[in-house]
Design a protein around this ligand. Sequence first.
Ligand SMILES: C[S@@+](CC[C@H](N)C(=O)[O-])C[C@H]1O[C@@H](n2cnc3c(N)ncnc32)[C@H](O)[C@@H]1O
Length: 514
Amino acid sequence: MEKVYRAQPGDRPLDYPSLDVPFYKNATHAPEAEAAEKLASDPVVVVAASHIVAACGQLAASVHRPFFSLVEGAKAEHVTACLQYLEASNTVEILRAAGPEGMHVDDIAHRIGELSEANDASARVDGSKLSHILRLLATYHWLREVRPDVFANNRLSALVDSGKTPEELRAAPEKKYDGTDGLAAFVAMCGDEFFKSSAYMADALLPWTERATSLRKLSNKDGAGATSLTVREPKYETPFSFAFRTELGYFDWMELPENKGRLAEFGRAMTGARLWEVAENVVDSAAFPWNELPKDSVVIDVGGGVGSTSVVLANAYPHLRFVVEDRKQVVDIAPSIWGSTQHAELLASGRVSYLAQDFFQPQPPHIDIAGVGTVSFPSVYLVRGCTHNWPDRDVQRMLRLLRDSAGPTTKLLLVEVILPLACYDDTELEDAGAAPPLPGAERTLAPAGSPLLANLGKAHASEYLLDISMMAVLNAKERTLRELSTLALSAGWKVSRVTRAQGSLWAYTTAEPA
Ligand SMILES: C[S@@+](CC[C@H](N)C(=O)[O-])C[C@H]1O[C@@H](n2cnc3c(N)ncnc32)[C@H](O)[C@@H]1O
């Protein structure tokens, strides 16, 4: 990292951004601060950083007194809860306005009450409690305690900043997430649906245990308002349904009128989730040899949302045609998302078009492409971010329907996290249809001869956390390469190649008709 930073031209050597200094996304920064932040995404820096994080995590686990590690793990929920509080109370925006000197907890508490919608006695915040919440966060480097009971933002808390001023938040609290990068909404969503669902994981997955049984009885009484034990026991199939006392799936539940705010927040939070893997990475010809596809080849972007991936690809590869398929309510509004200027030529020429198509229904028998004519099957089915949020049986159905309408040369490109094992992977995938060695499949992410965990442990913890979120809320999962290959094979697709973007667990997995 030092080599990369020192190699930059300029009078003074650049330094890696300091943890103590907030980098607000919508602020104007000194050119050096801008350059230093940008360099943090340099591939060499990213790889070095992941080795450092993996090593620090492993060292902490090695030398910390095991009982303290146990308490930290068993009580980790408090970090989530305090982060949720930090966001919900608008403390980050209040501290941004206070500047680097920070603000005393009593003043922060007063400001929180002032910004509240209620703005009456019910919105009074107890500064003596607030100081403890902020101190836990400061202990985890989420803030700084600059003097006793005086707190200031740092590089991490600045991530949760909505960019709105306290005055804007007071005037229009419902607009907090509008026009933001979605990270504040992401924290709000994680602290609510995901956090609460996770709390019920053991109860939902081990339903015969005494605690789970007694909980179901309690929730039966509460939920149905009945006291008789003859009332039907509710069918809670996921930790989420247990937590929210609903038999609806997550997305159906979100459509309830009382969840209007949550649904809007979800949309914003998904913008934040973009930081896991930007759509632009798909352009790399190492991810998929787009440049080798013949002119006017058709790519179907299955569950393509508003077409964020297709427009990036269409701009990079003008010889290709893209059809974005999604639910009717999404494709109906998709073109308007881009306004009248963004990607206007792509949409007007039909190089990118939209089709309302349920991915659990058969594909249309042929595709009409403006200026090209009727095509019986596409060159590529691109499926990005659409398998990790469905259980195996649904993904199998989705991929089988694509296989049924694929031609002999059609490729399937799955863009999803592929979870490495936490040990050296010495398995082969022949039984999952892939002849060894599968191009691009790695056995470890750790540098040769290093004692680090094969998946770089803490460096990639965020994707393993996402995996359990999928399980808790949607009965779904992030998959290992073996799981994804086996699932694809069960739907008639044979995995032939896999690549990763550097420093990311997102993978580009190509499969061909088996
Ligand atoms: C996580 S998003 C991924 C969007 C896009 N592929 C991307 O990478 O940004 C999942 C997409 O699946 C779509 N979807 C959900 N159920 C669907 C269905 N039954 N048929 C078609 N699309 C569906 C959603 O509307 C959403 O756009």
